[in-house]
Write a protein that binds this ligand. Structure first.
Ligand SMILES: Nc1nc2c(ncn2[C@@H]2O[C@H](COP(=O)(O)OP(=O)(O)OP(=O)(O)O)[C@@H](O)[C@H]2O)c(=O)[nH]1
Ligand SMILES: [Mg+2]
Length: 200
């Protein structure tokens, strides 16, 4: 099976775990700090412009948004973490909801963790990585906005992040990505296909 990403369509936005789709399919989630480029990455990966709402304003994605690629195969856009201006109550709600989401979704076969290539491995990213690797969720990092750096510094950052992940004992892949020039698009798509093509 090869996935036709352009068939992606919005199915549902969930404000809490109970509103998520029944846990009977396979899903790949996209997580990362607020405003890092998660929604933009999803739009480029699917090739469907405006599928996920991207915005200059941080904290834009406030739901768990489900996009169906093909029958019972989903991409899931998660609210970003670490945005200081989110009211504490709302932040607490999302911390708990995302915690429960990662811990309980049986169909969650992979996580794309998106980091800005100019600010990779912030504290919250490292916490997230430690945490998903403890739970055992297969994870792949995109260093996005790679168009903001020249080739040399981008490659250096990639190597630095890769060796840092090895150092902390986390066995996950990392690649360059850009929603602007589409660098790394094929590699990211292949990873998602690999996860979603598992027999269910
Ligand atoms: N130069 C450049 N800008 C990008 C790239 N990806 C996203 N952006 C910009 O970064 C800003 C945030 O993008 P979003 O895709 O909305 O980020 P998000 O992570 O979904 O944000 P929240 O949902 O608010 O957490 C927008 O202004 C995008 O145009 C990229 O690869 N390169
Ligand atoms: Mg978003």
């Amino acid at each position: 099976m090869s996935i036709n990403f352009s068939q992606a369509r919005f199915i549902k936005g969930a404000h809490n775990l109970g509103q998520c789709l029944p846990d009977t399919g396979l899903e790949v989630a996209v997580a990362g700090r607020s405003n890092v480029g998660k929604s933009s990455a999803l739009n480029v990966i699917t090739g469907v412009n405006g599928l996920a709402r991207a915005s200059r304003q941080p904290g834009r994605t406030r739901q768990i948004n489900y996009f169906e690629l093909t029958r019972r195969r989903y991409l899931v856009d998660l609210p970003g973490y670490g945005y200081a201006k989110v009211p504490p109550k709302l932040r607490q709600h999302w911390d708990q909801t995302l915690g429960a989401y990662f811990a309980s979704r049986k169909g969650l076969v992979g996580l794309l963790l998106i980091m800005d290539i100019r600010h990779p491995l912030k504290d919250l990213d490292q916490q997230m990585l430690n945490w998903v690797s403890d739970i055992g969720i297969p994870t792949h990092c995109l260093l996005t906005k790679s168009d903001k750096l020249k080739h040399g510094p981008a490659s250096t950052t990639l190597l630095r992040v890769r060796s840092r992940l090895e150092e902390i004992g986390i066995d996950i892949g990392v690649q360059l990505f850009s929603a602007v020039d589409r660098h790394g698009l094929d590699e990211a798509r292949r990873k998602i296909e690999q996860w979603l093509e598992q027999a269910h």
